[in-house]
Design a protein around this ligand. Structure first.
Ligand SMILES: C[S@@+](CC[C@H](N)C(=O)[O-])C[C@H]1O[C@@H](n2cnc3c(N)ncnc32)[C@H](O)[C@@H]1O
Length: 289
């Protein structure tokens, strides 16, 4: 993308162009303990914990980027669909998939996670790491797609940018009324992402509301990036454990860089049955008519 005039922010073209441009530096960060490697390891550990011993699940990696999480899950014996808008990222994913020996085929496709051509109720889980939901241009649309694709009780496991962390670093130049508004709504939209796409920031409460809107119940939130990532690979396991031990821990969630949500798909009929009095028939006209 040469200039801002060339794209409409949040359009598939703008997102794909921005991430094509960032692909190599992002992939390098994903390989470095002091950058994204430790954070990604926290996400994968949380996903593995939530999936337990189950194998052969049908899982979507939404906004898979270079494909690290999805390929690891394919190596665990799951069936993966991996979607992203960026052709460069998808090339990396294809190379990563080709380099390993997975039991089940991995499907890799260029798709927008706000509108996925996949069958309703066809997935056991959706994973979406690296704040894709925050940055995809329409978090509500993405969450409602995840919910549509999940079987009942299926899990959406995804990270978002943490509003508290951002408030903490920006309080000095923030107007109190504006800050109050962010806190009350639990979400704040800021134009970032190299101007090509917006970032949406969440509190844990805002995350719960967004999940409910999409008929998913937030089960747990793991903090991601509570302390600075380690310099060395050997320090990653204790760093991961520190985060995995603290789901729903208020002070940790307030300080975390990102929030990793585990949400369960429910059926609206299961919590909200129409009222039907037992053994009674309603006779006559309703009052007031
Ligand atoms: C920060 S990277 C995360 C990649 C990967 N999930 C990880 O954790 O390493 C964000 C990725 O999301 C993709 N993305 C952003 N918005 C998207 C959308 N609306 N549909 C599909 N992919 C999207 C980008 O192309 C990029 O590859």
């Amino acid at each position: 993308m040469d200039s801002e005039k060339d794209f409409i922010p949040n359009s598939p073209e703008a997102i794909a162009g921005a991430w094509d441009h960032l692909c190599h530096s992002y992939s390098d960060d994903l390989a470095r303990a002091s950058k994204r490697k430790g954070l990604a390891a926290i996400e994968l550990a949380a996903i593995r914990l939530e999936l337990g011993n189950r194998k052969g699940l049908r899982i979507l990696d939404a906004g898979c980027g270079p494909g690290w999480h999805g390929i690891e899950l394919a190596l665990d014996g799951h069936q993966l669909v991996m979607s992203d808008l960026s052709p460069e990222m998808l090339e990396k994913t294809r190379a990563a998939a080709a380099a390993v020996n997975v039991q089940k085929p991995v499907v890799i496709r260029q798709e927008d996670i706000r509108n996925l051509p996949l069958e309703t109720a066809s997935l056991d889980a959706v994973v979406s790491c690296g704040t894709v939901v925050s940055d995809c241009g329409d978090a509500d649309a993405a969450l409602s797609e995840f919910s549509r694709l999940l079987k009942v009780n299926g899990l959406a496991m995804f990270s978002v940018r943490n509003l508290w962390d951002s408030l903490d670093s920006q309080t000095s130049n923030t107007d109190f009324d504006e800050m109050k508004h962010w806190i009350e709504s639990g979400r704040r939209l800021i134009r970032q992402g190299h101007q090509a796409f917006d970032w949406l920031l969440f509190t844990a409460q805002g995350l719960r509301a967004a999940c409910l809107d999409a008929t998913m119940e937030l089960q747990r939130v793991y903090p991601v990036g509570v302390v600075t990532p380690p310099e060395d690979d050997k320090d990653i396991p204790p760093y991961v454990q520190l985060h995995i031990d603290m789901p729903d821990h208020g002070p940790a969630l307030a300080r975390a860089h990102e929030l990793f949500a585990v949400a369960r798909k429910f059926r609206i009929e299961d919590i909200c049955r129409p009222f039907q009095p037992k053994n009674q028939q309603i006779r006559g006209k309703p009052p007031g008519r």
